[in-house]
Write a protein that binds this ligand. Structure first.
Ligand SMILES: C[S@@+](CC[C@H](N)C(=O)[O-])C[C@H]1O[C@@H](n2cnc3c(N)ncnc32)[C@H](O)[C@@H]1O
Length: 242
């Protein structure tokens, strides 16, 4: 039942964020069928802290029906500007909460994760998409220390609620930078410190000031910081200089 609810939610996300004419394949029957289940991996994986716990409960958490109230995904995506001719990489895509909201707006979206269960989940959603969107989306299983982007492949990168789980972040950002086109953007959103009703414990959070320092150390230029538009998270936008 959880998968059905999640798929209905993701499908509804497409409806709500799509400004383009609806393709004819967008048949209501599509929404009644169950997506292919995410494959269960047989071997225990070296999951990051964000991947600890039951997969179903992680999915339920990422796709919580009330998340939109505080996450404001459309407002967050608007920080990227016009992306219709651009490639966007979503690092730590999880269930695709942002990935699948980006697909109708971008030329191409790459959903990147290190957990094969989420890659399977993304692919189980992908097969249900109308062809016009399916062709714009690619999932990619990455490494802990490398998002495995091709040189200058992405015009925009988003990292939502994932930055604190990345280790050796300055080195990671330098590696990531190679996959971003000159002048390309990097949008990081993560939880503010202090006891919040949502998000991980404070020990897994990185302060805004530290993110800013790490971006600068890795050669990015911070162009925008917003601490107010989201109640529980900060937003930081940086560019890879030309
Ligand atoms: C808390 S979830 C956030 C998912 C999604 N961005 C969202 O906002 O719903 C963190 C995700 O990051 C992934 N992750 C953790 N470390 C990663 C890394 N080094 N590279 C790519 N993904 C990573 C986890 O597998 C998980 O899917």
């Amino acid at each position: 039942m959880r998968h059905i609810a999640t798929f209905l939610f993701l499908s509804a996300a497409f409806v709500s964020c799509n400004n383009e004419p609806r393709p004819s394949t967008d048949d209501p029957a599509l929404f009644r069928e169950k997506p292919a289940p995410a494959t269960t991996v047989s071997e225990p994986l070296p999951l990051p802290k964000s991947g600890a716990g039951n997969f179903e409960s992680l999915v339920a958490d990422f796709e919580d029906k009330d998340r939109g109230i505080w996450q404001k995904p459309e407002l967050v995506i608007s920080f990227l500007g016009d992306i219709k001719d651009e490639t966007v990489a979503d690092i730590g895509a999880g269930t695709g909460y942002f990935t699948f909201r980006l697909v109708p707006k971008a030329k191409k979206v790459i959903g990147i994760d290190i957990d094969p269960r989420f890659i399977n989940f993304l692919d189980s959603v992908k097969v249900r998409l109308p062809a016009v969107y399916r062709d714009r989306f690619e999932s990619r299983l990455a490494k802990f220390d490398d998002p495995l982007l091709q040189p200058e492949e992405a015009d925009n990168v988003v990292i939502v609620n994932t930055y604190g789980y990345i280790e050796n972040r300055v080195q990671y950002l330098k590696t990531l930078s190679k996959g971003i086109a000159p002048g390309g953007q990097l949008l990081i959103i993560d939880f503010k410190k202090n006891n919040l009703p949502v998000g991980p414990p404070d020990e897994y959070k990185v302060s805004l000031a530290q993110v800013e320092r790490e971006l600068t150390a890795a050669g990015f230029k911070v162009t925008k910081i917003d601490k107010d538009v989201l109640d529980y998270q900060y937003i930081i936008l940086a560019i890879k200089p030309n």
